[in-house]
Design a binder for this molecule. Structure first.
Ligand code: FAD
Length: 296
């Protein structure tokens, strides 16, 4: 017999056996035992309690734009940080931002308010929480440069305000560990809105021309290895553009993107990742490391 539905009242929603494909940009992924859509920080505590009381693992989800959820799904509590936790406020040149705010919205609102620092993140389709946690970035900028404080909640529901100097950031990673990012303060610099808007237009046009913008994917699959060539250039030179397994394909537009052509399963993508990794190691002598997080 499955355990009875949770009795605790949430202000947000709790969905059972909810397919996660709907919540990832890959449009791939089996069900979560529970998917909690918290309306506020109290709901996040309740979601953690739910996991604890049932002895289930938990996982934080943003916009699912850097995730590959396995076909078998996640046998625990997925806590999706989004609406309700998406505050945006400017205090002088400091942006106070909820983790659930989409990063493109952050980029647009700060630019419109006349502040630079995150304007180049206009095309990163994740949440601020995911970006702060993963140290997302592009076009020579990353979250690590603007974050001054991060509010986190630990597995016991305890809140903490971490100043920037206590956080160590590396390329696409942080040492934040097993916590939920709820809010961040970002230090920005005044700049004319028209100039920022013009730059954002140019960057979006670049993305539309150079990446498979309209196909389900997770952005870059591998981290750039730090040598003279990017992961995309190495995969391209290994002759893998267009290589397909099942419904998963190395994009012909950008070789570090693996796209879901419509019917891909997580298993197709994982097989293709392995093939790319092995081929690049053999032909190019470089071990590629995953940027996408595999869940389940
Ligand atoms: C078309 C496309 C283009 C992209 N371009 C870029 C790019 O230019 N630069 C770049 O860096 N990335 C890029 N990405 C990847 C992705 O958008 C970023 O990594 C983004 O920051 C992930 O945010 P998310 O909310 O979607 O996180 P998710 O994918 O939901 O989660 C990613 C990881 O962050 C954790 N996480 C999410 N939210 C929180 C939270 N509130 N607290 C704690 N942990 C959390 C998750 O547990 C998981 O480990 C791209 C993706 C796509 C699909």
């Amino acid at each position: 017999m499955p355990p009875p539905a949770p009795k605790v009242k949430f202000r947000g929603r709790v969905l059972e056996n909810e397919p996660l494909a709907r919540y990832t940009t890959y449009r791939i992924g089996g069900p979560a035992r529970y998917l909690v859509l918290p309306a506020d920080a109290d709901d996040v505590v309740k979601a953690l309690d739910l996991a604890q009381s049932r002895g289930l693992p938990w996982f934080v989800l943003g916009l699912g734009s850097n995730l590959l959820v396995k076909d078998t799904g996640f046998p625990g509590v997925v806590i999706r940080i989004g609406k309700g936790l998406d505050r945006f406020e400017m205090k002088g040149a400091t942006a106070i931002v909820g983790a659930g705010l989409p990063t493109p919205l952050l980029a647009r609102r700060t630019a419109e308010a006349g502040f630079a620092g995150v304007e180049r993140f206009i095309g990163i389709p994740g949440t601020v929480g995911g970006g702060v946690y993963m140290n997302a970035g592009c076009h020579g900028a990353e979250f690590a440069e603007v974050v001054t404080e991060v509010t986190t909640m630990d597995a016991k529901g305890k809140l903490k305000q971490l100043p920037r100097k206590q956080i160590s950031y590396k390329y696409r990673s942080s040492n934040l560990g097993t916590v939920i990012v709820l809010e961040a303060k970002l230090a920005l610099i005044e700049e004319p809105p028209a100039k920022l808007k013009e730059l954002q237009g140019r960057l979006l046009r670049w993305r539309k021309a150079g990446t498979p913008f309209d196909q389900p994917c997770c952005g870059s699959v591998f981290k750039n290895p730090g040598g003279p060539r990017t992961a995309g250039a190495l995969i391209d030179e290994a002759g893998l553009k267009g290589f397909t397994i099942g419904g998963a394909q190395v994009s012909a537009l950008h070789a570090n993107y693996i796209v879901n052509t419509g019917t891909a399963t997580a298993s197709d993508v994982l097989k293709l990742i392995e093939h790319v990794r092995k081929t690049v190691a053999k032909k190019m002598g470089v071990e590629l490391e995953l940027e996408v997080k595999v869940v389940g």
